[in-house]
Structures are given as C-alpha cells and as structure tokens.
Ligand binder design. Structure first.
Ligand SMILES: Cc1cc2nc3c(=O)[nH]c(=O)nc-3n(C[C@H](O)[C@H](O)[C@H](O)COP(=O)(O)OP(=O)(O)OC[C@H]3O[C@@H](n4cnc5c(N)ncnc54)[C@H](O)[C@@H]3O)c2cc1C
Length: 617
C-alpha cells in the first residue's frame, strides 16, 4: 500500500508514449479554449474527470452572486443549446431536422468534452487502447424506448440486435467466475470475501456476521414471504409508500443491522440512495428482497418484460453522443457506422468551426439567457464565460438542456412560480471510477468478476462488460489488461433523500483525487490480495468520474419527498412538468424535465422542447 506509483501513471495515463495523443492536464487548465489546439483529446485524460476541476467554478460563482457582462461577439444563430449532453445534442439534431441543414446552431457546454454524463474514458497500455465508460453506462430496455428515441437510435445507425454478437456473455462463466460479496473489517469485524451467487442463502456461510445475523441474512436472501399480513392491499400500498425500505425490513420483517447492512449496496448502486431513504414501495417495485410474492396489483419494474434488455458500447452511451456529434459536424470524426465510431478519434478542432452550420463550443459556461428588451417575442441573448472571458451571442431560439436548478439564475425574468418549480429539481451524486489493471489473474484465481462491498468506500467493483465492436477487441483472457469499474455513492445516511444528495455533493467537491486513489489501492489490495494482486504493480491508471449533479429526480418541497417513481405521482405534484414549460423563445429539455434520469428521457424531452419552439410565432 505504501509503495509509490508514479504520478505520471495516474495523471497522464500509462504509456505516455502515445505522444501527441495526450496534452498534460495543465495545458487545458491554462487555456480553457484549448479545444482548437492540436492534440486536444479529453477522453484520454485520467485523474479527476466527470465534473473535472475548472468545469463548475463559473456556475458556482454565479450561484454565489457573481454577475457577468458579456461582450457582443456578433455571432447570430437560429438556435443556441445550453448543455452538450445527450439531451442538448439531440435537441440540435431535432432542430436541424425541422429547420433544415443550413440552420445555424451553437451548443455551449461547460465541460472540456461533449456528452455530459455520457463520458468516454480511454486508456493506453502497451500500445493498445482500452475503453471505459465514465458515466451513462447503457441503453436500458431499448424495446421500451419511446418512438422518438427508438427512431433516433435507428437514424444514428444503432442496431440493438447486434449486442448479442458483440457481448461475450459466456466469457466470465466459461472461466468459472461468478458474483461475490466483500464484508469489510470496519463494518463487519473482519475482512471476508464470500464468492458465490448473491441470491444463494449459502453465501452467508463463513461470513463474520453473528449467528443471528447470518440467519437473518439467509432469510432475507431466500425472500420467500412478505411481512404485511393483516393489511388490506390499499393499506399495504399506503404503508410501503410512506416507509423507507430499511424501516420496513426492520419493523415488519424483524431484520437486524447486520442483514440490512449486508444488502445496503444494492439500492445505492442503482438509485444512488441509502436503504434508509429509499421508499419501500420502490424497493418492492424493483424486486428487492423482503417482499416474497407480494402482489400490490400496481405497476412494478420487476414485472417489466426482459426483452432485449440492454445495449452497451465499450464507452457506454458516450457512443450515442459521439454518433450525434459526428452527424451534426460531419468533419469531426471519420466513418459512418456504429462499428467504426467505437474506435474513431474525434478531431476536436473541427467542433467549433465558423464554416460549419453546427458548432460545439466546450469549456463554456452559460451565465445569462435573456430576451432582448425582455420582450418574449424577441431574439435571445446568451452570455457565456470561457477562458475567464464573458461573451454574448444572439439566437432566435434557445433550448436549455442543462440542470434545471441553474435555470432561474440564468433567466431571472421567468415567472416566480416557474423559477420555484425549476429550483425544486434535485440531482443525486455518483462517482464512477475506472481503474486500468495490467491483468485480471487475481479475479480468475478468486473466482469472481463482480463484487458488492457493503460498507466499503466503493460499493461495487466489477470487471468491465466483455464487449467487442468494430476494431475494438475486449480483453480476451486474464493475462490481458482490463478496466475495472468501481462505483461509489457519496453522502452520509440521513433522514431524507434530499439531505443525502446534498451531503454527498458537498463531500464530493471536498474529496481530492488522492483520497480516491488511496481507497482504490486499499480496497483492491484487500479484495484481491489473496489472488496475488499487488496495487503498486498491477494498477496502471485511475480515472475518477465524479458527478455531483448526477441522476435527475423530481422533488416536492412540501412533503420533502423525492420522486423515485415519477409516473406514480399525481399530476399536480409533477413539478418537473410544470417547471419545464416554454418561456418565450426559450424551451427546456434534459432529464430533469421528466424526473427520469435515463437516456430515452433526455431524448424525448429534447424532442418536446424543440417541438415547443416550432410552435412559437
Ligand atoms: C454515473 C451515471 C450513470 C448513468 N447511467 C445511465 C445508464 O446506464 N443509462 C441511462 O439511460 N442513463 C444513465 N444515466 C443518466 C444520464 O443522466 C442520462 O442518460 C443522460 O445522459 C442525461 O443527459 P442530459 O443531456 O439530460 O444531461 P447531462 O448529461 O447532465 O448533460 C447536461 C450538460 O449540460 C451542462 N451544463 C449545465 N449547466 C450548464 C451551463 N450553465 N452552461 C453550459 N453547460 C451547462 C452540464 O455540465 C452537462 O454536461 C447515468 C447518469 C450518471 C450520472
């Protein structure tokens, strides 16, 4: 643990011999408009990524009362899009479909890369490129995508059926690798790696839990009954809707601390929230243990069909963003298929070309969006800060595809009620850390490929999904390098989900890269040490993707409730729908508008927002 790993390895990635491929991070920081500098290639940066240093300073200054006077740049656009995530890029796409290919569009994005949460991480080792996802992981249940999102996927050339060829489903099982649970000393008294199916009660054997705790956990895993006998169905629905999963397990199921702690990693990883603030009804709906065959006679996620349930590119949905960008700015990357995009190297210098009808300007934080003379039929002035300098452009229309909570600061002229509703949207913080390791012999020796780590710094550690597309070849065997994916949901247990999100955001911004690095080494060393893993030797690079403003959730300040199941909320409480109404020539997209942090919602809301603008006089 205490042996040095050079900073070079962490900050510049392994094999800096990639030469011109990498600019040192400092070069970007000094020149935020460096996207035109030869060699600018943010996916290859390691260290602190996601909301990287420098990306949020202007927005936070704005929050703290800073004012910016922009100089008119003379640029005029048909559409300006605030935010270059999947929603913003989709809005640009839909607008061009409606307005024609000559329409002039500018996308302004505060990060040094496009895609928002859909972030690509690249590593180079021994002359070979290894790709990982830094955020939006997969296209989930594409069969259930709304028609507009399905059509966009088709138009971008994504054929979902290809996943079955691309995904080597048998790779890990052919090596005898299964799941595992890691019980750490700090939480459970001693480190113990339980290898086996997490759904098998036998996994409790040998764990450091007390005999009572083991019996409890085995009962929970068996999941053969619920604990709401004696209640009518209406009472059950009401009780579960007003109770946390933890309280249900404790009060009704009689489960103790140890069993509850042992399963705590599950909702954290999926919903970014602890069991103490996750509604029991959403836990039932998600198929979590403790409910047996309880039938509430209402919609449940667990009851959804399992038809083609995911599509995963090596960089996750960053490929969707990359396909959109190649479509919008054809000179930005070679190729024209879903195969060649996977290894295509983007020319960032082409993204903000004055000759192109669509321009994507990075490192640019929008600080003001205002109709000329405050007249709602007038064009809109958009002020942004890049490289410490505020500039102004003018657009006939604007789509806000950014976090909704910032919109009231950008558009203080909006009606007070709308600003209030927009401010009520919440974001859950998450961290996806990618660790490049030189080989995965230790996993093969220990017999697992994915491990839940309740109580540990990282809640889950897994070998990347074995997906090979186009010229990209996944790690074929344990002797080859691979990316490990580690996830962490920051934040302390607290009385409400909102408080957990807020404390997690604060924690994230105060946590330096070194803390993540130390924990990566400590946790992997303890998990994999018996398999021969040596953190100092085997870790080749670390990329921490921190997302203080991660999953979008609607929130009701009156009841202090977070909308984990938005479709189940009464119409008058769907603040996200009311808040995202068009305001003059400004419309509002992004996942906050749906209280649904999924790619299809980002696309659908973009489509709606562009459609609303078409309806403006
Ligand atoms: C870690 C993580 C994993 C996820 N995994 C999945 C998954 O597997 N599948 C799935 O469907 N969804 C997933 N999601 C949800 C994801 O949020 C959506 O799928 C989608 O990528 C959101 O797109 P968006 O454009 O609405 O928002 P974002 O991706 O957040 O993009 C908005 C962009 O606007 C920028 N912005 C904000 N304010 C300003 C400003 N003032 N000026 C300029 N730019 C600004 C932001 O920095 C951001 O880059 C995940 C999210 C996270 C955080």
């Amino acid at each position: 643990m205490h042996r040095e790993i050079t900073r070079r390895d962490f900050l510049n990635g392994v094999g800096v011999g990639v030469g011109a491929a990498l600019l040192p991070i400092a070069a970007f920081a000094e020149s935020a408009s460096a996207q035109d500098v030869a060699g600018y290639y943010p996916p290859a940066l390691t260290g602190m990524r996601g909301s990287h240093p420098g990306s949020f300073d202007v927005a936070h200054a704005l929050r703290d009362g800073a004012e910016f006077e922009g100089e008119d740049s003379g640029e005029r656009y048909d559409l300006v899009v605030v935010g270059g995530g999947i929603s913003g890029l989709s809005a640009a796409h839909f607008f061009r479909e409606a307005a024609g290919p000559k329409a002039r569009v500018l996308v302004l994005e505060n990060h040094d890369d496009f895609g928002g949460h859909a972030k690509r991480n690249e590593f180079t080792i021994d002359g070979r490129t290894v790709i990982g996802y830094g955020g939006t992981m997969l296209i989930e249940a594409p069969g259930g995508y709304p028609p507009v999102a399905k059509k966009l996927m088709r138009d971008l050339g994504i054929d979902m059926s290809r996943f079955y060829d691309a995904f080597d489903r048998g790779l890990y099982s052919s090596l005898g690798l299964t799941d595992a649970v890691f019980f750490n000393e700090e939480t459970f008294g001693r480190d113990h790696l339980a290898v086996g199916d997490r759904g098998d009660p036998d996994i409790v054997d040998g764990t450091p839990l007390s005999s009572e705790g083991r019996a409890d956990l085995a009962r929970l895993i068996r999941n053969d009954r619920h604990y709401l006998n004696g209640m009518t169905r209406e009472e059950q629905i009401d009780y579960l809707g007003n109770t946390s999963y933890e309280t249900y397990l404790r009060d009704k199921g009689g489960f103790g601390d140890e069993a509850i702690m042992a399963i705590s990693a599950t909702p954290r990883g999926v919903w970014a929230i602890g069991v103490d603030a996750f509604p029991a009804r959403a836990a039932w709906s998600s198929g979590y243990p403790g409910f047996g065959d309880l039938d509430l006679g209402i919609y449940s996620y667990a009851g959804e069909s399992n038809e083609p349930n995911i599509f995963h590119f090596p960089d996750g949905n960053a490929t969707v963003a990359r396909l959109l960008v190649r479509h919008l700015v054809p000179g930005s990357a070679p190729g024209n298929t879903m195969d060649d995009i996977v290894t295509a190297r983007f020319d960032y210098g082409a993204l903000d070309d004055a000759a192109s009808p669509v321009r994507i300007r990075l490192n640019s934080t929008v600080v003001r969006v205002r109709h000329e003379q405050d007249k709602l039929s007038n064009p809109v002035e958009v002020t942004y800060v890049r490289d410490g300098k505020a500039s102004r452009v003018t657009a006939k229309r604007v789509v806000m595809a950014c976090y909704h909570a910032i919109i009231p600061r950008l558009c203080p002229e909006m009606p007070a009620r709308q600003r209030e509703l927009l401010s009520a949207s919440l974001r859950a913080p998450l961290v996806y850390t990618n660790v490049l390791i030189r080989n995965w012999d230790s996993f093969a020796k220990l017999g697992f490929h994915r491990v839940d780590c309740p109580g540990s710094y990282f809640h889950r550690v897994m070998l990347d999904y074995p997906v090979s597309i186009g010229d990209y070849r996944f790690s074929k065997g344990p002797e080859e390098p691979i990316v490990l994916h580690l996830n962490r949901i920051p934040g302390q247990p607290g009385p409400s989900a909102r408080e957990q999100f807020v404390s997690g955001q604060r924690e994230l911004l105060a946590t330096p890269f070194e803390t993540f690095e130390w924990n990566v080494r400590d946790q992997l060393g303890r998990l994999l040490g018996d398999g021969g893993f040596d953190p100092a030797e085997d870790i080749a690079a670390i990329t921490v993707n921190r997302w203080p403003h991660g999953y979008a959730y609607g929130y009701d300040p009156e009841t202090d409730r977070v909308a984990f199941e938005p479709s189940q909320w009464p119409k008058e409480k769907r603040h996200w729908e009311q808040g995202s109404k068009r305001f003059g020539n400004i419309s509002i997209a992004a996942t906050d508008a749906a209280s649904n942090a999924m790619t299809e919602a980002a696309i659908e809301e973009a489509y709606r927002a562009v459609g609303e603008l078409a309806a403006t006089p």
